[in-house]
Design a protein around this ligand. Structure first.
Ligand SMILES: NC(=O)c1ccc[n+]([C@@H]2O[C@H](COP(=O)([O-])OP(=O)(O)OC[C@H]3O[C@@H](n4cnc5c(N)ncnc54)[C@H](O)[C@@H]3O)[C@@H](O)[C@H]2O)c1
Length: 378
């Protein structure tokens, strides 16, 4: 057996630690070093309130508080970027310049200028870059993609994605969120809601218009959040489709992190809304009743889910986000091993990230429709 690929986790508390555990359990990779500013109490920055996993949890003795030092000294092949949003690009650049593969948390970047830098760095590097958009890997989303690709929805023309996740307390424990997620107006966290829908449409967003519901919530200091409670971003797709995105991180209400819908000429889909609801589908080729009735999406699992989803290894069942986190890690590792492009490569990462950044300009202009750049032209 070949030596495992060695992984360095940058930002080890939340997502970095969870992803690290998956890489550690994967047969081809092993965590070799951890880096977090919280390992050194004298360091200032976007540290969080959560406990950082300790070296013993991974059986490693390489611990750093400086990402550059870890990349220079630890001898890692892969860097997990699990740090706060404004660090994704700077730390991805550090790794790519050293020929170290990057698995970066979402979104890819926080402004268009740095996204351009990232695209240039990926093009110039021998290393593989993938953005860790795990909602594309959630089981119902994978199943819908299979059904779309086999033509059962006909021509797609409308989709929706929502991320409704009240996190006012999280804002205080991870202060970067207060600035980068709820401290800016517009869609500051677009990839979970948009990623799966773009995968179904096999398309990209060319223009967005973003409006909001106003400001009804204050932080513990009495300041209103800059992000409006709910923002709606309408997205025009290159082939003509329309997608509606709702982001709400502030409203007092139950969570719904993964609501999606899809409409095509031959079928439609709606994810569950809660309270006993389940993902449901109507496809003209299978359901002949008149008028049309909803059917459980689960009816299609046995015949249409990819084999690996039907018989997942125990590591996948233990991974977060209903197993999807394991398959995104596996796809990234296979891309490195086989020298093939990863599914969420740099341009797909931009397709999922840039509409949010442009929505932040649109909402300042009362919902003006603004063009979204195509990173393939940079
Ligand atoms: N894919 C998902 O489902 C998902 C879920 C949550 C968060 N995220 C994304 O993951 C990222 C991290 O979110 P989180 O909730 O884990 O945040 P977190 O604050 O819990 O963890 C970030 C960690 O990074 C460390 N850190 C900060 N600055 C650093 C630096 N300069 N060098 C090294 N370490 C540093 C912090 O001390 C902390 O331990 C965010 O960008 C977020 O958007 C993705």
């Amino acid at each position: 057996m070949n030596d495992p690929l060695l992984v360095g986790v940058i930002g080890a508390a939340g997502r970095g630690g969870s992803l690290g555990k998956i890489f550690h359990s994967h047969p081809t990779t092993r965590v070799h070093a951890l880096c977090d500013i919280n390992f050194d109490s004298s360091r200032e920055g976007w540290g969080s309130d959560w406990a950082v996993p300790q070296a013993e949890e991974f059986g490693v003795d390489l611990i750093y508080s400086d990402a550059e030092e870890m990349l220079d000294k630890a001898g890692v092949d892969i860097a997990i970027i699990g740090t706060p949003m404004p660090l994704h690009v700077p730390q991805s650049l550090m790794a790519l310049e050293r020929g170290i593969h990057v698995f970066s948390e979402v979104p890819a970047g926080v402004n268009i200028a740095e996204c351009k830098e990232l695209v240039a760095a990926v093009k110039a590097s021998s290393a593989t870059y993938m953005m860790a958009e795990n909602y594309c890997y959630i089981k119902p989303n994978v199943l819908i993609k299979e059904l779309v690709e086999q033509g059962y929805f006909g021509e797609l023309y409308f989709g929706e994605g929502e991320y409704v996740h009240e996190l006012k307390e999280y804002n205080e424990r991870t202060p970067w969120r207060r600035k980068w997620q709820t401290g800016i107006n517009g869609n500051t966290y677009p990839t979970h809601m948009l990623g799966p829908v773009l995968e179904w449409f096999a398309d990209r967003v060319t223009a967005v218009s973003c409006v909001g519901t106003g400001h009804h919530y204050q932080d513990p200091r009495g300041d209103y959040y800059e992000n409006e409670d709910s923002t709606m971003t309408m997205c025009r797709l290159a082939k003509g489709g329309l997608v509606k995105l709702r982001l709400d991180m502030l409203s007092d209400r139950p969570h719904n992190l993964n609501y999606y819908s899809l409409q095509g000429t031959k079928g439609c889909y709606e994810a569950e809304r809660g309270l006993g609801d389940q993902p449901k589908i109507w496809l003209a080729d299978f359901h002949e009743e008149n008028p049309p009735q909803w059917h459980p999406l689960a009816d299609f699992e046995q015949d249409f889910l990819p084999e690996k989803w039907l018989n997942p290894p125990p590591e996948a069942l233990e991974a977060g986000h209903w197993g999807g986190d394991y398959w995104e890690v596996d796809d990234f590792v296979q891309a490195i091993v086989n020298g093939t492009p990863p599914p969420v490569d740099i341009h797909r990462a931009m397709d999922m990230t840039l509409p949010g950044l442009v929505s932040q300009q649109s909402i300042q202009q009362d919902g003006a429709w603004l063009d979204v750049p195509n990173s393939r032209e940079w």
